[in-house]
Design a protein around this ligand. Structure first.
Ligand code: NAP
Ligand code: MG
Length: 476
């Protein structure tokens, strides 16, 4: 039995500062730890999107005319309102997608506050106007932004869009993932309490196929900011092209983690598992491929096997749990299929494996898994698994390591462990948007985004705000 989140169930969308009824069709929100329905949301339609876009359009001139300093102070108030709702947000995320409660409090509920606050702090320094030769260059809002987001960090993925979009003076129509929509309602309440005017931030619930495509194709939406799979990103690019929309795409990843011969191995092993298995590996930047010198492969694998014992799988509401269930049964089948594929393709299974976990058959629980001696060209080394599955890949020399790291269609993140200057030289050779040296900490104002098929554009920090602006050059 899990508590329901009936109070977060809604029969309507959030449009123009109020709950607006849908047509009566609903979508169940399922707890992956139990299979219980914990809430329902409306299954939106294109007509609902029309209403939300009209509200966002009507609110646009007023919000754009509010100065950046005032918008920044409202966004800081939004951060404070969310901070006050930390426990409610964490409980909702744990119920809808199974994140362990400790991670839900610190990460799922905590990061968005940090991002909103850091974004508000950019307003003073941002070049809203600039003199270039005989031009006055003005940065203006793009207009109405459609935000389409995934379920893996449901509130965080929304915040990395709406904080910069709102700071830049845009209005927003959000479609959260149908799998994990509950925090959007809490966000709408927090936005309202923070003083964000009606119509500036709107939410339309529903499926990607219906509501997402209606947003991407809408003639009155000026920009689509999407986070999700590369496959859906390609589809949105096609749909949005009919109206030549601005597009921001944050797509999949298959991040490589290069362990150099001068790395502190204990540190590298511990940081690798902490990263690759956080949120059940359901993170676009998860270091899913660990590239190790062939001469140290067996030693590193032994260390991983020992370190893996600390990762307990269990009830996500238990504060001691490090890995909860995957976010859905669909996700379970997908990840389980990749584990079976790894075995079939000849990778050495050293931790975990396929199938249900005894005693936890009632939920979407999967074993955290490590494959050793993985062929860098095999399916499990090339495709995004989005689960707690780590592939250890031996390399011969550094050129080989860099070649393997750059060999997927993705280019989101990477990590390098080694002596500082050495690691930095390797970082420069990687075709990715972010590199973490020796487990360095996350920076909420560093540009985040991908090379290659991991997307285009950047979120967070100054680069993230620039994404949501148009440039106007006035010659005089
Ligand atoms: P997804 O299936 O691509 O869905 C993402 C969002 O797009 C959902 O809201 C989805 O709606 C919607 N959507 C689906 N089809 C659509 C269509 N035809 N038109 C418009 N919208 C559509 O991704 P996911 O399974 O939720 O999330 C996992 C993926 O996200 C992974 O590939 C991961 O790497 C990626 N991701 C990337 C980043 C990054 O910053 N680069 C961060 C996190 C996750 P539904 O509600 O119907 O699903
Ligand atoms: Mg999906």
């Amino acid at each position: 039995m899990t508590p329901t989140h009936e109070h977060l169930s809604t029969t309507g969308h959030w449009i123009d500062g109020a709950i607006v009824g849908g047509n009566g069709d609903t979508i169940d929100v399922v707890n992956p730890a139990t299979g219980d329905v914990v809430a329902t949301i409306p299954a939106g339609t294109a007509a609902d999107v029309d209403r939300a876009v009209a509200a966002a359009r009507a609110a646009s001139p007023g919000w754009a005319a509010t100065g950046p300093a005032q918008r920044a102070s409202i966004i800081q108030r939004l951060a404070d309102e969310l901070s006050a709702r930390n426990e409610e947000i964490a409980q909702a995320v744990t119920a809808e997608m199974g994140a362990p409660i400790t991670l839900a409090r610190l990460g799922h509920a905590g990061f968005p506050v940090a991002v909103a606050s850091a974004t508000a702090g950019l307003a003073d320094e941002f070049p809203w106007t600039e003199e270039i030769g005989n031009s006055l260059v003005i940065r203006e809002p793009v207009g109405v932004v459609g935000a389409i987001t995934p379920w893996n960090f449901p509130l965080q993925q929304v915040m990395t869009k709406i904080a910069p979009a709102l700071l830049a003076g845009n209005t927003v129509v959000l479609k959260p993932a149908e799998l994990a929509p509950l925090t959007a309602r809490l966000l709408a309440e927090a936005a309202s309490d923070a003083g964000i005017p009606a119509g500036v931030f709107n939410v339309v619930y529903g499926s990607g196929r219906v509501v997402g495509e209606a947003i991407a194709s809408h003639p009155d939406v000026d920009m689509v900011s999407f986070t999700g799979s590369t496959e859906v990103g390609k589809r949105i690019s096609v749909v949005a092209s009919a109206t030549v929309k601005r597009l921001g795409l944050e797509l999949g990843g298959k991040s490589a983690n290069l362990v150099l011969d001068d790395a502190d191995l204990d540190h590298a092993v511990n940081e690798t598992l902490a990263n690759a298995w956080t949120n059940g590996g359901q993170a676009c930047g998860a270091w899913a491929r660990m590239l190790v010198p062939a001469s140290r492969h067996d030693e590193i694998v032994r260390m991983l096997v020992t370190a893996a014992k600390a990762y307990t799988v269990g009830d996500p509401t238990d504060e001691a749990t490090r890995l909860g269930p995957l976010a859905s049964e669909g996700q379970w089948s997908r990840v389980n299929g990749y584990i079976e594929r790894g075995i079939a393709d000849g990778a050495a299974l050293v931790v975990g494996g396929p199938g249900r976990i005894p005693g936890l058959e009632h939920g979407a629980y999967i074993r955290p898994t490590i494959f050793a001696n993985v062929d860098p060209d095999s399916v499990i080394a090339q495709e995004e698994i989005f689960g707690p599955v780590l592939s250890v890949i031996p390399y011969d020399d550094e050129d080989h390591a860099v070649e393997i790291a750059n060999s997927t269609i993705y280019g989101l993140n990477a990590a390098v462990f080694g002596e500082d200057e050495h690691a930095l030289r390797i970082a420069r050779r990687l075709r990715v948007g972010q590199v973490y040296l020796n487990g360095a900490r996350f920076n909420p104002i560093a540009p985040f985004g991908g090379y290659k098929q991991s997307g285009n554009g950047r979120e967070m920090g100054r680069a993230g705000v620039e994404e949501f602006t148009e440039l106007k050059a006035v010659q005089r």
